[in-house]
Design a protein around this ligand. Structure first.
Ligand SMILES: [Zn+2]
Length: 70
């Protein structure tokens, strides 16, 4: 299984979303898009804190999309 190399989970205000792993290689001022369609500055994918991980619930839309990918 190489699934852990294809996407990353990142907390955003509201919930924790999955992004393609390639989004981590974007320039900080580029827009990264989660699997459920939320766009954020790529820089924000690198600024998550441990507190964010604890308080934000997993995005069910991202989860479903990843679960149904083959
Ligand atoms: Zn999501």
């Amino acid at each position: 299984m190489t699934e852990h190399l294809t996407h990353v989970w990142r907390p955003l205000p509201g919930s924790r979303h999955a992004f393609p792993a390639s989004a981590l290689k974007c320039s900080p001022d580029e827009q990264a898009e989660s699997y459920c369609g939320i766009q954020v500055e790529a820089a924000r994918l690198h600024t998550a804190t441990e507190i964010d991980w604890i308080v934000e619930p997993t995005c069910s839309a991202c989860w479903e999309i990843l679960k149904n990918r083959s």
